[in-house]
Write a protein that binds this ligand. Structure first.
Ligand SMILES: *Cc1c(COP(=O)(O)O)cnc(C)c1O
Length: 403
């Protein structure tokens, strides 16, 4: 909503540092202001409905838009090459914002069968409760998505790389299928990839969702989410998911995430370098039976990874013999890596994901879909977010617990 939208023609680092930022016109302050105000003094008597919001409306109330949040939204637009972005209180608020704004009772949604657990559970429990039919498909084969399309298919929800197995989806292939079938809307959770790896809008995807809590913020100290897309789609999302459902981002979190996002390209290079070191170490380790990292030649979709990802990110997963026992040792014996959920921080994080448990709570897969999941995860995997520490130190920490 800021009147001042800096457009830049620079490289990715210049964009990450400067997009959405400008010296404060009142004081000359070089760093972004933190504007905590919930309301704004207006110069004209205007209507107080979300429907009264115009393109050039000033700030009215911070659930509509806020100057600091707006600066982050501009930065994210520049990074994603999107016309518009809306920030949310969390990644889950961003995901549910898209799902509950776009889908109505009687609609059909195609969702990838392996993705972030919270979104997976909305697809299996909440959407059906509201009368939305959901087909869960293994989207790593685009034909599965094409085959699932029905006359009332309204949305295709993807995630690449997918939590927790690093399975990839060919985003362009699926965007093309959606367009060829009457312009079905497509959305991707791009949290693991970041715009440094993949810019889904350039590939024809309509909505790009992020948990900003992860790589964008990058420091594990601010929860947030975003959705980027066309001006028209995001204006509709702001009206319903933002202004009406109300899960909007706090300006303080926006201010922290602006600071984090400014170094995203640099950090992603370092995450990739560390992840490659750790992935190669693990692949050579006698106790490790399988490593899943898009940057390894052994990843079953390495060719797609090279085509679709300009950076392989810092997320990897691996299988070991006796995983549950190793997980128990990790909680006690790791010295550098934190045994904790979440990802994308400067600190390395690791967590055990037991296949039977995950099937019961989140994924509930059977038959071919279960077999495909197990081809990546076996009976369980460690999901590791490789941080910004020295790769050799991380390898030594893992070696100690792997024995
Ligand atoms: C963390 C995460 C989410 C949820 O984001 P929150 O900010 O924790 O609400 C969604 N998708 C992926 C891939 C995530 O890693």
């Amino acid at each position: 909503m800021s009147k001042k939208n800096i457009t830049l023609d620079g490289g990715p680092q210049t964009t990450a540092v400067h997009a959405g930022e400008f010296p404060d016109p009142a004081t000359g302050a070089s760093a972004p202001n933190l504007v905590m105000s919930s309301t704004y003094v207006t110069e004209e008597a205007a209507g107080f409905s979300a429907h009264d919001l115009g393109d050039d409306s000033g700030f009215l109330y911070s659930r509509w838009s806020n100057p600091t949040v707006s600066q982050l939204e501009h930065k994210l637009c520049a990074l994603e090459n999107a016309e518009a972005t809306l920030c949310f209180a969390s990644g889950m608020a961003a995901a549910s914002g898209v799902l509950f704004s776009l889908l109505s009772a009687g609609d059909h949604c195609i969702m990838t069968d392996t993705n972030y657990a919270g979104v997976a559970e909305i697809g299996r429990d909440t959407l059906p409760r509201f009368g939305v039919e959901v087909s869960l498909v293994d989207a790593s084969n685009p034909q599965n998505v094409a085959d699932a399309i029905k006359p009332n298919t309204k949305l295709i929800w993807l995630e690449s790389p997918a939590n927790p197995i690093m399975r990839l989806t060919d985003l362009k292939a699926i965007a093309d299928i959606a367009k060829a079938n009457g312009g079905i809307k497509t959305a991707v959770d791009s949290t693991f990839a970041t715009p440094i790896a993949t810019r889904p809008i350039d590939l024809g995807i309509d909505y790009v969702m992020h948990s900003l809590t992860k790589y964008m913020g990058g420091h594990g100290d601010a929860v947030g989410g975003s959705v980027s897309g066309s001006k028209e789609d995001i204006a509709a999302l702001r009206l319903e998911a933002g202004i009406h459902h109300g899960g909007v981002m706090s300006p303080f979190n926006a201010w922290l995430i602006i600071r984090g996002a400014a170094t995203l390209p640099l950090r992603m290079r370092a995450h990739q370098e560390g992840a490659l070191t750790v992935a190669n170490f693990l692949e050579a380790h006698p106790k490790v039976t399988r490593v899943m990292y898009p940057g390894l030649a052994s990843h079953p979709q390495h060719e797609l990874a090279k085509r679709q990802m300009a950076n392989f990110s810092g997320m990897l997963s691996f299988q070991v013999e006796d995983g549950a026992a190793v997980a128990d040792r990790m909680t006690k014996e790791l010295q550098i890596i934190h045994y904790a959920v979440s990802l994308g921080h400067h600190r390395s994080l690791i967590f055990w994901m037991d296949t039977p448990g995950l099937m019961e709570t989140s994924f509930r897969l059977e038959g071919d879909q279960l077999d495909s999941y197990k081809a990546y995860a076996g009976e369980g995997i460690f999901r590791m977010s490789v941080g910004l520490e020295d790769g050799e130190d991380l390898c030594a920490d893992l070696d100690r617990v792997l024995g």
